[in-house]
Design a protein around this ligand. Structure first.
Ligand SMILES: Nc1ncnc2c1ncn2[C@@H]1O[C@H](COP(=O)(O)OP(=O)(O)O)[C@@H](O)[C@H]1O
Ligand SMILES: N[C@@H](CCC(=O)OP(=O)(O)O)C(=O)O
Length: 267
């Protein structure tokens, strides 16, 4: 039996540049189709809001900007060039699967103004009620480096908390957060479930991947914001096919950052 809209679980899914490029120099249509197919498979039970990076990565495949200006402004210009291409790829790929898309560009300062917050919630609720999938990115042109340009992990967490999401999924290029020791000896053991964010922070090494911006640090900071809003965060491996459905069915290792003092049931 199909569920009422109100009964659907709301997932905010953040996809990083590395996932969208599958760690290459090009945006992967195949990955965007993989995300779309999973949304179709789950749409009776879940509604999705996507926070997508990739504007800079997509622009880099077309242009090499000449500039003596600050590196941040070059990135902002690249984002401006890449964003419409990124949206076109989402729109075309999702349309072929029968999914409707929309674009929302948000800034951190929008989350500090009551009226803006109200408008974000109301707009996104209208979109979802009409079966449009909101695809959010930071409004990179107006972003400033003081507020950490390029940290879509935090943007996704603020969005999840504003929209009262049931879960925040951060898709990256690892099987979640690995223990520091296992990274150092190349065995890569995933921390399956954790409620203590301070302890988790100690596992991070200062490293980002080829296209990545915030590294694991910004994902854990995002999880802290989500946890404060009583939302569980899952750090999942977006490079795998079917990574959302398989995470829900616990078919590969990933990290759950659960609410504080919540004891996980023993299977
Ligand atoms: N403990 C850890 N476990 C897993 N990845 C880690 C850890 N510490 C740092 N990292 C780094 O964080 C990267 C993911 O973040 P990032 O490069 O910003 O990717 P994204 O584009 O998905 O946001 C990993 O590829 C890895 O290099
Ligand atoms: N807004 C930028 C992305 C910044 C960002 O957070 O990147 P990532 O670490 O890959 O999630 C873009 O669209 O390229």
């Amino acid at each position: 039996m199909a569920m009422d809209k109100q009964d659907k679980k709301r997932i905010v899914l953040k996809v990083g540049s590395n996932v969208l490029t599958k760690e290459t120099d090009h945006i992967s249509r195949g990955k965007i189709e993989d995300i779309g197919r999973q949304i179709v498979a789950m749409q009776d039970e879940y509604e999705f809001v996507i926070v997508s990076s990739g504007a800079i990565a997509v622009a880099k495949q077309f242009v090499n900007l000449e500039s003596n200006g600050a590196a941040i402004n070059v990135k902002q210009a690249l984002a401006s060039i890449g964003q419409p291409h990124l949206m076109r790829i989402f729109q075309e790929s999702f349309r072929d699967l029968g999914l409707l898309t929309s674009q929302c560009l948000l800034s951190y300062s929008d989350f500090e103004r009551a009226q803006s917050k109200k408008n974000i919630v109301n707009t996104i609720n209208v979109l979802l009620a009409n079966h449009y999938i909101p695809i959010i990115n930071e409004n990179d042109t107006v972003a400033t480096d003081e507020i950490q340009f390029g940290d879509n992990d935090k943007l996704a967490a603020l969005t999840a908390s504003l929209l009262k999401a049931d879960k925040l999924l951060i898709a990256t290029n690892t099987n979640g957060v690995y223990t520091k020791e296992s990274v150092e000896d190349n065995t890569y053991d995933t921390i399956a479930s954790v409620d203590n964010i301070n302890a988790l922070e100690n596992e991070i090494i200062a490293e980002t991947s080829t296209h990545g911006t915030g590294g694991m640090k910004s994902k854990i900071e995002a999880a802290r914001i989500a946890q404060e809003a009583h939302i569980e965060t899952w750090v999942v491996n977006g490079l795998r096919d079917n990574f959302i459905v398989d995470a829900i069915n616990e078919q590969y290792p990933f990290t759950k950052i659960i609410l504080e003092n919540k004891v996980e049931p023993i299977n």
